[in-house]
Design a protein around this ligand. Structure first.
Ligand SMILES: Cc1ncc(C[n+]2csc(CCOP(=O)(O)OP(=O)(O)O)c2C)c(N)n1
Ligand SMILES: [Mg+2]
Length: 247
């Protein structure tokens, strides 16, 4: 029988439990990342995890692997520097949408232009969670957040277009679709260039409850009903999740 506790060997158990709120999706992403590491039997002595600042940015600290908790928005340049110093390392970034696409958006633009061989796992919870639920680059148009009480006037960033425009690997998945989430992370880790995994991830406390959800479970069921898996296409539609075709 499969040993389902193997993922724990990648975690610094003395640092658990995480400080994440009940109903938060971040733990699902953390565990799925460990499951992906396990599936690939990743050599932990050749792996570094990097996070920026935010709730998702706490991730790096839970790994039993060399890790860096760097400044807000700077996870990608830190990861690029590590890869540049030692190209034999697997360099994995885990951070939030605000960190990677907001304050750090410029770094993502240039890392994708360079196709730096790093894996980026973005916790897309549609807000700045840690600081109380401010609007973020992934907030939906008309979404109510603490800083857009009348609805967000802007369209969310088209990160898929940015990543694909530079011939990097892009996958979108959700915290409901566990097998797909793990598969997306495995595919990203196996990709020889820059790979971005956009994980739609629930924050009930600072987002969901403001946009009409009762609890984290309801948000997961929404993901189940809203998103259809469509792997191996060139471009995903808004309501699709998938690992896009390699270029
Ligand atoms: C230079 C700088 N500006 C602002 C902040 C305050 N700050 C901390 S976390 C955060 C947003 C984090 O949002 P996101 O990356 O989406 O992560 P989440 O908390 O949603 O997981 C901000 C603005 C900071 N720590 N440093
Ligand atoms: Mg966020």
């Amino acid at each position: 029988m499969e040993d389902t506790t193997r993922f724990k060997r990648f975690l610094r158990e003395k640092n658990l439990p995480t400080p994440w709120c009940p109903g938060c999706g971040n733990g699902i992403v953390l565990k799925s990342t460990c499951d992906a590491f396990e599936e690939l039997n990743l050599d932990t002595s050749k792996t570094v995890v990097v996070s920026g600042i935010g709730c998702a940015g706490r991730s790096a600290g839970f790994f039993n692997i060399d890790s860096v908790h760097t400044a807000h928005g700077r996870a990608i340049p830190m990861a690029e520097g590590i890869k540049m110093a030692n190209e034999n390392l697997n360099v994995v970034v885990l951070s939030g949408d605000g960190d990677l696409l907001g304050i750090g958006g410029n770094h993502l633009l240039h890392a994708s232009r360079r196709n730096t061989p790093i894996t980026i796992i973005c916790f897309s919870n549609e807000i700045y969670g840690m600081t109380g639920g401010q609007v973020s680059p992934t907030s939906k148009k008309h979404a109510k957040t603490i800083t857009t009480p009348d609805g967000c006037p802007d369209t969310p960033i088209n990160v898929q277009a940015l990543i694909k425009a530079h011939n990097c690997s892009y996958a979108r998945t959700t915290t409901f679709h566990l097998k797909h989430l793990k598969k997306s992370i495995v595919a990203a880790l196996e990709h020889p260039g820059l790979a971005f995994v956009d994980v739609i991830c629930q924050c009930i406390v600072n987002n969901g409850r403001r946009i009409g959800f009762k609890d984290g479970y309801e948000m997961l069921i929404y993901y189940k009903n809203e998103y259809k898996v469509n792997d191996n296409v060139d471009l995903l539609k808004e309501n699709e999740i998938g690992i896009t075709r390699k270029v």
